[in-house]
Write a protein that binds this ligand. Sequence first.
Ligand code: MG
Length: 307
Amino acid sequence: MLDKEFKVLDERFRRYAMGNVHIEKLWTGSRWAEGPAYFPAGKYLIWSDIPNDRLLRFDETDGSVSVFSAPCNNQNGHTVDLEGRLIACEHRGRAVTRIEHDGSRRILADRFEGKKLNSPNDVVVKSDGSIWFTDPTYGIDGEYEGDHAISEIGACNVYRIDPINGAVAAVVTDMVRPNGLAFSPDEKLLYVADTGLTHKPDCSPDIRVYHVAPDGRSVSAGRRFATCDNGLFDGFRIDIHGNIWSSAADGVHCFAPDGTLIGKILIPEVVANVTFGGRKRNRLYICGTTSLYSVYLNTQGALRPKV
Ligand code: MG
């Protein structure tokens, strides 16, 4: 029997949801949980508690939770790069940064064409080492999760940091508030969520999909991939079959690569982001407002293609 939290909307979802598997509430006590990143070598997960200006760490070996970093420039999204280093989106730092092997912090991007970034939100590293991130205004809109400021750029874009020379290029410029992003397993598609409904009443709460150019440095014009039927899509991750596991107001929504909503995992709090972890990458960690949840699935997080 499937737990009632698994909502099957298309028979394809049944192969991913397993009977006698339960949603686990691992910890509670944050104001806004987001930005999970899993470190396989350390068997731990870090995630952001943005308004409290701290990173938390869940130790998978004993289930303990501790403060990983505080203050932390109101970090939001995270990922792990090709060398296992933490890449962070800093709201207050208005930068994308990297924690080096010696523990020092290095700024990778804080400006575009001489103007300060707004407040980087979410980030992904492609197999060529390039770093792609979104830059909406949530960290400068007020004092709650960053420092209030007026946007210097006057737009919210998706950017690419070149792995060779560090140049920052705008790759998507047609969104209202680009937020979560991920590549398809073959990196031929880039998916980006737009949470622009927070600022523009007629902005559709979509994930859009863009074809990546053959040289891997730019994308073609995008199209709507999916529209959220409950709240907004924020962060999301993709599994080895190309399914998209996205955050939403009522939990996690799973979309097949053709854009069909095939199932949901209902969570009692608004979900902002998810990531795959565990020894076999088959444990989905879920950041749900005040709490961290997880669930085992019969699928695995996609690995970057080998180059
Ligand atoms: Mg986000």
